[in-house]
Ligand binder design. Sequence first.
Ligand SMILES: Nc1ncnc2c1ncn2[C@@H]1O[C@H](COP(=O)(O)OP(=O)(O)OP(=O)(O)O)[C@@H](O)[C@H]1O
Ligand SMILES: [Mg+2]
Length: 330
Amino acid sequence: MRVLGIESSCDDTGVAIVEDGRKILGATVRSSSRIHEDFGGIVPELASREHVMAILPALHSVLTSANVPVDGVDVIAVTRGPGLLGSLLVGVTAAKALALALSRPLVGVHHLEAHLYANALVEPIIFPSVALLVSGGHTALYRWSGHGDLRLLGETVDDAAGEALDKGARTLGLGYPGGPAIESLARTVTRCDLSLPVPRLRRPIHPFDFSFSGLKTALVDLAKNHPHQVDELAFALEAAVVQALVEKTVQAALAEKVKRIYLAGGVSANLRLRQAMTEMAGAQEISVLVPRPQDSTDNGAMVAAAGYYAWQLGGRMSLDQAPKTPFSLG
Ligand SMILES: Nc1ncnc2c1ncn2[C@@H]1O[C@H](COP(=O)(O)OP(=O)(O)OP(=O)(O)O)[C@@H](O)[C@H]1O
Ligand SMILES: [Mg+2]
């Protein structure tokens, strides 16, 4: 079963062909992030224009590299939401056109669920488990009981973890996207005398809610007193974000009595997060699985993998259905 996955929710145009929800036959991601750099964040109008330019060349190159004729695709899967409406429309329109022209089923996928399915490209998912989704726009913990069966355990009440890193990087003059810049600078630090408070919520709505908005103010204050220690400030910011994510996730896994944690989303590419989570969960005999770093950020393969399982469960998107944003999960 070959699923063609299309992702266009934000600033990356991702297309991939995946066999049986697991094996990537061909994949490409065309990012417009460089265009947004000067603005310190994504400009929605520019992002949608870039998707329009990128979508057909991306489709072409994936079909060619996978050596699959266009009618050799069995199902078309596309990110239906959440995301930037103008960006989503480009992917959804391309997917509908293909489904109509080829008479193939169309499946609309939730973007965050697709991020979680980047793990299915490594090995089959073990249920029940706890999944931490940490991306540029979201930070959420789920109990994952089966395909299509996710229950929200907690989420950020303000900024996402990736957003905290992006805003922190901007404060430190490190450019956009901030996560990778913070990570590579923090890696050069062998000794750090600076620290930031690990964010904790006094009165969460869900037991495992997060809050990251206070970190930016704390970082600004610390940077005022230590303006020349940018590398240590980056280290301290990364440490505080990682600690908050690891503590809550391991607590949630213990409360849910599961033996497997999945990480997903752009921030899950962070090596320190991967190592700290593996160490702390390992001490409780809980194993941690992470996607390959290149599958952590937005891509078409995760959409194809999620689409494969959604299709098996009977999920379909009709040609008169529009992108959906906001779009809740679990
Ligand atoms: N190595 C890394 N370490 C830390 N953060 C990282 C790393 N690589 C990417 N990020 C962060 O990941 C985020 C982008 O991830 P992703 O592409 O999954 O988010 P998004 O698609 O923009 O948001 P969403 O999925 O919530 O709509 C950015 O905030 C970026 O700084
Ligand atoms: Mg994303």
